[in-house]
Design a protein around this ligand. Sequence first.
Ligand code: SF4
Length: 212
Amino acid sequence: MRAAKIRAILRALGLLYPEAGTSLRYRRDRFRFLVSVVLSAQCTDAKVNRVTPVLFRAFPRPTDLAEAPTGSVERILRPLGLYRVKARNIVRIAAAARAGLDWTMEGLTRLPGVGRKTANVVLSETTGRSEGIAVDTHCGRLARRLGLTHEEDPARVEKDLAEILPRAAWGRVTHLFIAHGRAVCRARAPRCPDCRLLDLCPEGQRRRERVA
Ligand code: SF4
């Protein structure tokens, strides 16, 4: 029953958002993509995409970035918010890259500013091989409303989702949930009457009964 429900959810969202995926650039250059994902914390991908061309023009190689004066990097990152921390983190990541990065979950999460969510996004996008599921605020909210977890903590949400989702869907589910979370299942005012998942969604059913 659960497997059938999951399949139905993924099928419906796949039809709704066939293009769902990261909008960050540099997917083909994993170092630059890693930096972009780190910069995207609490910030939109669009803003990051405006800043990274400037950053990588100024510091094209990891070595250049590792040796960059922090003040110069901060000036470029200023539009992103949290720019001081982000500048420090990406310079330290670049310094680590000179000796070669360990592109595994364990290796990536040892880097400053790289948590499990970031590592999951990077590994899934650059290798096509997901070691886990990136759970952001949209993904967690959708999972709870759809009755796929009761957990609030992202690591626990990830564990619950990993138990019920086929591994092949681990990378894609994040993008689908984010797309639906932005378009329909918004945090404050989910548009349940317009939602294609309404028949599959306990939270949507509860809200429907409340207004009936
Ligand atoms: Fe979100 Fe409502 Fe759709 Fe459920 S029915 S996924 S709560 S918008």
